[in-house]
Design a protein around this ligand. Structure first.
Ligand SMILES: NC(=O)c1ccc[n+]([C@@H]2O[C@H](COP(=O)([O-])OP(=O)(O)OC[C@H]3O[C@@H](n4cnc5c(N)ncnc54)[C@H](O)[C@@H]3O)[C@@H](O)[C@H]2O)c1
Length: 429
């Protein structure tokens, strides 16, 4: 494609991250933003104005949908990405989707087929795959420095209880209130798959007990953590843990053990620390003798790819620039985009581990096979599987509880109180 890619952004809260990249990207033209929440829309419009751009601002998705644009960034509700992505792909637009890729197995199949039938670019914005440490781990793994993965760990520990009012606004059916404990799994699983390039073949899910000491905030699963034990296609095992455990600052850490060495991020420095103070990476490589090798510890710094631009975006461990950048590069047919942009198959691999882990939990931690949905023959078994915790999508037996044994129920006064805290601009205490 010639010229700049005309891009719209749907969802202006997290979407501000992509808006900020698009406003500065030489190959992109931000043309429209949509958010039904007027203050967020106006804030985004002001940022564009300050960058010298007059944009179309829409509160209504249908009006936004009709705008002339080549591509759309989906930063709307995490459980609604697949349905909007499918519609946009079928209308001839490229799609960059925030996390998560889909809420049901049926959506996973439909999303893949919409990408295949449209021939458009679908990219998954799992930014944690592009943090300084995870990106460096991927490059070193690809060079064969630690051999082949045998075991890996990924953790995304983020106790959101204090900020819950600011991210759920007191909305009873906000996706964050309705999600099941293993839903938000790709920050922890994603980097293990992108570093090693392997595919999940089986998952066993676990959930901790609820933390009853946290004041009621409306989360129907209760405050807990989800755990997935994932078997990869070479027999390696990955442990993924994410959720509301007590640790400040939170932890975003990864370890990869290979046949010839290991790599791990250092746990006591916050991953969000700015360049020069970000966590160190430790890499051990065995030499010719058993148990004798070299150990390095260093701060990887900004990746070399588009480093001058990437340096300007330091949020989320420096990762927030790359999903948008590689999406644009892939649309333009550039090799970096082809290589590093996360395609629909990898996105679905990352996301369905969480969906199937919950099935495993509900079946008493039974192992669940993870289908390879690249293979058309594997799709029919899942095509009509709408099971999830969202009453707008699943009814009857398909509607799962948000926690095994039943969802927590709260009186409306809990949501009213959360809303009040949000409107006051404070955190919950
Ligand atoms: N990758 C990361 O590091 C990261 C960090 C935060 C959030 N996220 C993701 O970003 C997405 C958005 O999360 P968020 O934190 O911004 O909160 P959110 O999901 O509450 O906000 C979504 C925004 O989209 C708007 N929206 C949703 N549906 C709409 C519709 N039909 N019409 C118009 N506007 C609509 C809402 O008004 C809201 O401003 C989620 O998918 C979340 O998983 C990712």
């Amino acid at each position: 494609m010639a010229g700049k890619v005309k891009i719209g952004v749907f969802g202006a809260y997290r979407g501000m991250t992509m808006i900020n990249v698009l406003l500065r990207h030489p190959d992109a033209e931000l043309v429209a933003i949509c958010d039904k929440y007027r203050p967020a829309l106006e804030k985004a419009g002001k940022a564009a104005e300050e960058a010298g751009l007059q944009l179309a601002l829409y509160e209504n998705f249908e009006d936004f949908f009709r705008h002339d644009m080549d591509a759309v960034v989906l930063a709307n509700y995490a459980n609604e990405h697949a349905t909007f992505a499918i519609r946009l792909l079928r209308s001839g637009r490229h799609v960059l989707s925030e996390v998560l890729p889909c809420e049901t197995m049926a959506q996973a199949v439909e999303l893949i087929e919409a990408v295949e039938e449209s021939g458009k670019v679908y990219a998954y914005a799992e930014n944690y795959c592009y943090m300084w440490h995870t990106f460096e781990m991927r490059e070193r793994y690809e060079r064969g420095e630690i051999g082949e993965v045998m075991y890996a760990e990924g953790e995304y520990i983020h106790d959101c209880s204090a900020i819950w009012p600011g991210i759920t606004y007191g909305e009873k059916d906000h996706w964050r209130n309705n999600m099941f404990p293993t839903f938000y799994c790709t920050h922890s699983i994603g980097p293990m798959l992108s570093i090693t390039g392997r595919r999940p073949v089986q998952v066993v899910g676990f959930v901790t007990q609820r933390n009853g000491t946290v004041r009621p905030l409306g989360l129907k699963s209760g405050e807990c953590a989800g755990i997935e034990l994932v078997t990869l296609d070479n027999g390696a095992i990955c442990k993924s843990v994410h959720g509301h455990l007590k640790r400040e600052p939170g932890s975003i850490n990864y370890e990869i053990y290979g046949t010839k060495g290991s790599m791990e991020s250092e746990r006591f420095t916050p991953s969000y620390a700015p360049e020069g103070r970000e966590p160190e990476l430790q890499v051990y490589r065995e030499g010719d003798k058993l148990c004798v090798g070299e150990t390095e510890r260093y701060r990887p710094g900004t990746p070399a790819i588009a480093g001058d631009m990437a340096k300007k975006f330091t949020t989320h461990g420096g990762s927030d620039f790359y999903p948008t950048h590689f999406f644009i590069e892939k649309i333009l047919g550039n090799p970096d985009g082809e290589k590093y942009s996360i395609d629909v198959y990898s996105a679905v691999d990352m996301g369905i581990c969480g969906i199937l882990a919950y099935r495993s939990i509900l079946a008493g931690n039974a192992p669940m096979r993870v289908p390879n949905l690249r293979d058309k023959a594997e799709r029919d078994a899942w095509r009509c599987d709408n099971k999830c915790t969202n009453p707008a999508v699943a009814q009857g037996d398909d509607l799962l509880p948000c926690y095994p044994g039943g969802s927590m129920e709260y009186p409306d006064s809990v949501y009213d109180e959360v809303r009040k805290i949000w409107l006051s601009g404070k955190n919950a205490e």
